[in-house]
Design a protein around this ligand. Structure first.
Ligand SMILES: [Zn+2]
Length: 259
């Protein structure tokens, strides 16, 4: 396939590696270069984080920071495919980094083997352009949500429960924040998980991230996609912003004051 290289910075090697996405009519070399400069933060290297990070690495996202304090257990291996049997007992972020780097050695994967807290989250996220919420607990999700608002970057929220996946793109004030949708954390229980469900949902989180980074398509703004994989019926819920939201409400007053 003959594709003209528009810049000497873009190597023929890149052209070959990413050819099948570059030939998309909306994509091209300039779009691929955006991914070559992109930085993302993936919170969680579990059922959602594995497929999300994998698809970002495959697409050529330049820098992926992946954060997980937990260690790989046998019961993770029905879905968390970046970890292997020999990874059991090792840190998940490091194990994910090893696999991702073996799949794409041209990107930078930084493992962060720590638990996210309100004190360390800003430093861990750094200058990432997007936060992927691939966690399994709401205290961590709320911490990420606040960080995303402070930094003015979007957060792609994903969750699964059994055969159901949920995903939405959060970027207030244009969309709600996580606390607008879930003012209170749902009761925490161990989620039943099927690998194909978390893989599909995490892959969609990667896709929302790629769309934002490249400017292609339209994000799930103000919409939550509910995926019932047991019947393959997908529905979309409107998720409005709460103007009184204690987390992102202040953001609107600040923006109003500036205008
Ligand atoms: Zn809010």
């Amino acid at each position: 396939m003959a594709i003209a290289v528009s810049s000497e910075n873009f190597l023929n090697h890149d052209l070959r590696r990413y050819e099948r996405q570059i030939i998309l009519s909306d994509w091209g070399i300039e779009t691929q270069k955006k991914l070559k400069r992109a930085k993302v933060f993936v919170a969680g290297a579990g059922g959602l984080g594995c497929p999300a990070a994998l698809n970002l690495a495959l697409a050529g996202v330049r820098e992926i920071r992946i954060c997980d304090f937990d260690t790989v257990e046998l019961s993770n291996l029905n879905r968390q495919f970046l970890h292997q049997e020999q990874s059991i007992g090792t840190n998940k972020a490091r194990s994910a980094q090893e696999t991702l780097s073996s799949i794409n050695s041209e990107i930078c994967v930084e493992p962060i083997p720590h638990k996210i807290t309100e004190h360390n989250v800003d430093g861990f996220v750094g200058d990432a352009q997007v936060i992927l919420d691939c966690l399994d607990n709401f205290s961590g999700r709320y911490t990420l949500n606040q960080c995303a608002i402070r930094k003015g970057v979007p957060m792609v929220h994903g969750a699964i429960w059994g055969f159901e996946g949920r995903i939405t793109f959060l970027y207030p004030p244009a969309t709600p924040c996580l606390a607008c949708i879930f003012p209170k954390a749902p009761r925490r229980e161990q989620s039943p998980s099927v690998g194909a469900v978390s893989c599909a949902t995490g892959s969609l989180q990667a896709l929302e991230t790629i769309k934002f980074l490249t400017g292609i398509g339209s994000p799930l703004s103000g919409r939550m996609l509910i995926l019932d994989f047991s019947t393959m019926q997908f529905q979309e819920l409107e998720v409005p912003r709460d103007p009184q939201c204690p987390v992102c409400g202040e953001l609107s007053s600040k923006l109003k004051a500036q205008s």
